[in-house]
Ligand binder design. Structure first.
Ligand code: FES
Length: 95
């Protein structure tokens, strides 16, 4: 399983959860209890953005492609984790 660690926008640890490969990361962050802002749910507004600190190799877009590198930001509402892998992803909220 892929473990996702969420840091707030100050870099303080907030949540950890086991990610599934069925729901986008935003839904899973919200279901974990972290108060993540969002609006459009389709990747255009950018409000749900996070920086990926570690584990970008486990993140894929809606077409199943890797698209982000560690240190870059991405929108969580249209990002998923790869299936059937073990790993750790560390994300820091932008807002
Ligand atoms: S909610 Fe708008 S980009 Fe994700």
């Amino acid at each position: 399983m892929i473990q996702i660690y969420i840091l707030d926008n100050f870099g303080d640890y907030m949540k950890t959860f086991e990610a599934n490969d069925k729901e986008n990361i935003l839904k899973q962050i919200i279901n974990s209890g972290f108060d993540m802002p969002f609006s459009c749910m389709n990747g255009t507004c950018g409000i749900c953005s996070c920086f990926v600190i570690k584990g970008s190799e486990f993140l894929i877009d809606t077409n199943g492609n890797n698209f982000v590198s560690n240190g870059e930001s991405f929108t969580t509402c249209n990002t998923f984790v790869k299936a059937n892998l073990d790993g750790k992803v560390v994300l820091q909220a932008v807002f």
